[in-house]
Design a protein around this ligand. Structure first.
Ligand SMILES: *[C@@H]1O[C@H](CO)[C@@H](O)[C@H](O)[C@H]1NC(C)=O
Ligand SMILES: *[C@@H]1O[C@H](CO)[C@@H](O)[C@H](O)[C@H]1NC(C)=O
Ligand SMILES: *[C@@H]1O[C@H](CO)[C@@H](O)[C@H](O)[C@H]1NC(C)=O
Ligand SMILES: *[C@@H]1O[C@H](CO)[C@@H](O)[C@H](O)[C@H]1NC(C)=O
Ligand SMILES: *[C@@H]1O[C@H](CO)[C@@H](O)[C@H](O)[C@H]1NC(C)=O
Ligand SMILES: *[C@@H]1O[C@H](CO)[C@@H](O)[C@H](O)[C@H]1NC(C)=O
Length: 505
């Protein structure tokens, strides 16, 4: 997770109830090779920020900007507790685990020498997963650029990133590729470019640029996006040339996928929704599938949108074996006049470019389950982008960290969304996996330790960082081992009463 709050600032909660029917289902209704897993990322889970040769990333820098914040210095201490956590995953019956590699732990200066302790950690983690029959899904970049590269050339807004990121990926493929078959290059590429380059929350700095009309930050969204696509393509081409025939893995790019639906059935809102889809999906998907940016973006942005050379276009096209989807919420889209005038508030720049306002589809909170939004996304990708293979790399429900271990709203949310995935698959979507965010409570980008998504509770005030299962962990375990047939809310009630009697709490 993901800077959702950057979107939240536009959201106005309204009530537009939508009913959604999900038939009874079990794990066995999904294809056998479909992967159910859970996810984390390096900075949010590992901690051990200055242990054994790791150097700071831009995320360390930013989380330390606030008064005495320890940020992810310790987090869940996954670096030291990985065996314990893999055991929990195995007990849950997880089929796959998604994690990311800390670039500055593996290659502390960003390029050059490899840190042998960092290398060993990832080898051990992967071995531990494999020995429990858990498929690793590795993200190469989850926001944590080595600070040295940010200082040297500004990170993703500079084309130098392409060469450095490719060299880092080369080390990962060479060292881990025997045992890793699923690679995501860059996490939530779209919202990463929007939030960290266009919305003034640039990682690696304490005083971010915030003024569109003064600076270049509103341009930087699209420059970073362009470099992300080129870096992804470079890494993907390297894999195909040097590793794929031996290692037989696949490689994809991950995108933040908001559910998007017109607010009214007016022509204006329908068209605004088409534009929003072009900007939020087509921006990355059209180059990946068809080799160029959507016409809507070219028309609106003019010279602010970089141009692919013919050679670049060829490289980017076809460079994703699958699309990774990060999905949490659905919004209604309504038309906004004068799309190309910069607002002074950079937070709004991207939606001003689209020419749209967005309104939460959740009835009481943006986090309310709106599973039809995910089904729509999967259907849209199937119809508009040649039915690409898809992994849902994150889906989950934020709750206050202190809330009870009985996280019933999370259980209901996860259950509903898994049902939506099944509906999409039945209608032909090539979706191949689903990961709950998150395996356990993490250091979150929004809300630090106050807001969490974990199926395991982590007691951050206790030095041992003890893990305890929430209701959602029992639900997922039962779903995965086939004892839960998701037919009705009865399951939740039954689980709840069994759970409160459980001695482990
Ligand atoms: C920083 O933290 C200290 C100690 O908790 C507190 O007294 C001080 O007011 C804080 N400063 C700011 C700017 O928040
Ligand atoms: C942004 O920069 C422009 C030009 O320097 C200035 O006139 C304007 O007041 C600034 N806006 C904000 C919100 O700081
Ligand atoms: C199912 O797929 C067909 C063919 O792609 C499409 O026309 C239809 O709208 C889809 N149904 C739903 C409920 O999305
Ligand atoms: C977390 O740990 C603290 C300190 O040991 C303890 O007081 C508290 O009860 C624990 N919280 C939970 C929910 O277990
Ligand atoms: C299946 O999961 C449930 C938790 O929901 C657990 O109580 C049960 O022991 C598990 N059964 C098997 C066979 O693993
Ligand atoms: C709850 O416990 C009862 C009695 O042990 C058991 O029969 C039932 O399957 C359990 N339900 C779930 C959902 O684990």
């Amino acid at each position: 997770m993901k800077p959702i709050s950057l979107f939240m600032s536009f959201l106005v909660a309204i009530v537009l109830a939508t009913s959604y029917n999900i038939d009874a289902f079990t794990r066995n209704d999904f294809p056998e090779d479909f992967l159910f897993g859970a996810a984390t990322s390096a900075y949010q889970w590992e901690g051990a920020a200055d242990e054994e040769g790791r150097s700071p990333s831009v995320w360390d820098t930013t989380s330390h900007c606030y008064n005495e914040s320890i940020g992810g210095d310790i987090a869940c201490d996954g670096y030291n507790k990985y065996k314990e956590d893999v055991k929990l995953m195995a007990d849950m019956g997880l089929e796959a685990f998604r994690f990311s590699i800390s670039w500055s732990r593996l290659i502390p200066n960003g390029r050059g020498l490899i840190n042998p302790k960092g290398l060993l950690f990832y080898k051990n983690l992967i071995k531990e997963l494999r020995s429990h029959g858990i498929e690793p899904h590795v993200t190469l970049y989850h926001y944590d650029l080595p600070q040295s590269l940010e200082d040297e050339y500004g990170g993703w807004i500079n084309r130098k990133i392409i060469e450095d990121f490719t060299a880092f990926a080369d080390v990962c493929f060479r060292e881990f590729g025997e045992d890793v078959k699923l690679w995501t290059t860059i996490n939530e590429a779209t919202i990463f470019a929007i939030a960290f380059y266009g919305q003034g929350r640039r990682f690696g700095h304490c005083t971010p640029p915030t003024n569109c009309s003064a600076g270049s930050s509103c341009m930087e969204t699209y420059i970073a996006g362009h470099n992300i696509l080129l870096a992804h393509a470079s890494v993907s081409n390297l894999y195909k040339l040097k590793y794929k025939s031996k290692q037989r893995g696949s490689i994809g790019l991950s995108m933040f996928a908001l559910g998007l639906s017109p607010y009214t059935n007016s022509k204006e809102d329908e068209t605004a929704t088409q534009r929003a889809k072009a900007f939020l999906f087509g921006w990355m998907l059209k180059p990946l599938v068809f080799g160029d940016y959507p016409d809507e973006m070219k028309r609106t942005l003019g010279s602010r949108l970089p141009v692919f050379s013919e050679e670049e276009s060829e490289k980017v096209k076809g460079s994703a074996d699958f699309i990774g989807i990060v999905h949490y919420i659905t919004v209604y889209v309504t038309n906004r006049p004068s799309p190309s005038i910069f607002p002074s508030n950079t937070n709004e720049a991207f939606f001003a470019d689209i020419g749209a306002y967005i309104i939460s589809a959740g009835t009481s909170s943006p986090f309310d389950a709106t599973p039809w939004g995910l089904e729509d996304v999967l259907e849209y990708l199937k119809q508009s982008y040649n039915n690409p293979p898809i992994y849902i790399l994150e889906n989950g429900r934020a709750m206050k960290h202190d809330s009870m271990l009985q996280d019933t709203p999370r259980v209901e949310y996860i259950q509903a969304y898994i049902g939506a995935v099944l509906n999409a698959i039945k209608n032909g979507s090539d979706t191949r996996g689903y990961f709950v965010w998150s395996m356990l409570d993490l250091y979150e980008i929004d809300g630090g330790y106050k807001l969490s998504y974990g199926m395991y509770y982590v007691n951050f005030s206790e030095p041992g960082l003890e893990r305890s299962p929430k209701l959602s962990a029992s639900w997922y375990t039962g779903f995965l081992n086939g004892t839960i047939d998701v037919a009705s809310q009865d399951i939740t009630t039954q689980l709840q009463s069994n759970f409160s009697g459980s001695s482990s709490l």
